[in-house]
Design a protein around this ligand. Sequence first.
Ligand SMILES: Nc1ncnc2c1ncn2[C@@H]1O[C@H](COP(=O)(O)OP(=O)(O)O)[C@@H](O)[C@H]1O
Ligand SMILES: [Mg+2]
Length: 237
Amino acid sequence: MQTIVEVNDIEKSYGPAQVINHCSLKIYEGEIYGLLGINGAGKTTLMKMILGLQRMDRGSIYVLGKEVSSGPEYLANVGSVIENPTFYEHLSANELLSMHLCYMQKKADIEAILHLVGLENVKQKPISKYSLGMKQRLGLARAIVHHPKLLILDEPLNGLDPIAIAEIRGLMRTLANEGISILLSSHMIGEVRHTADRIGILSEGYIKQEFTVKEKVSECGEQFEGYVVGLMRREGI
Ligand SMILES: Nc1ncnc2c1ncn2[C@@H]1O[C@H](COP(=O)(O)OP(=O)(O)O)[C@@H](O)[C@H]1O
Ligand SMILES: [Mg+2]
């Protein structure tokens, strides 16, 4: 199986606070990898380093075979939604995605993408009038409209109602089945358990444990959640 993301022993500090420490992980083609950790564990920081938005102090990251520090060309094949996406709010969804495709120098069927994320009925409504859930969907549409091979989604199910969660989860599975690899983060065990193929627990700056959801659920049964909470805790908490 092809390795899409390879994080090798990276470190990152903000001033004196070391947030990422001896962190390594691999993401393979077509899998949904769930990065699970408490608030402040470093999930967003790690994703930003994979996207070249944040510098690392030590170690290396490869995305689609290219070293991140070698330049931004690899980003043409990556889509992402980091924290709360921002938009030109006076635009409609259609206008926003047209503009995005223009600067990505790609072509796509915008109507089909809006339909895929459940925004087919918004017509000319300005983004400023959207609910949080609609903005999450639009962020996802912008992240996939250029047909990326890797999708990085930071807490993608935050602010969504249960129906939207089920729909977006279904959409992620459809994309993964088409061969897109997905890295998603969450602090909610249930969310990741029902969305990801494999989970990495980010705690104390590194991937403390990695497992496939199927195997761990069959091993732990009812104790799954308690086991994972134990791994997510920092020493001394
Ligand atoms: N730009 C920054 N400057 C200083 N500290 C930061 C910065 N970004 C994040 N942090 C700190 O790094 C830690 C990890 O943050 P973050 O990566 O946002 O974690 P998560 O996404 O898991 O909640 C937190 O303690 C946070 O306060
Ligand atoms: Mg975060």
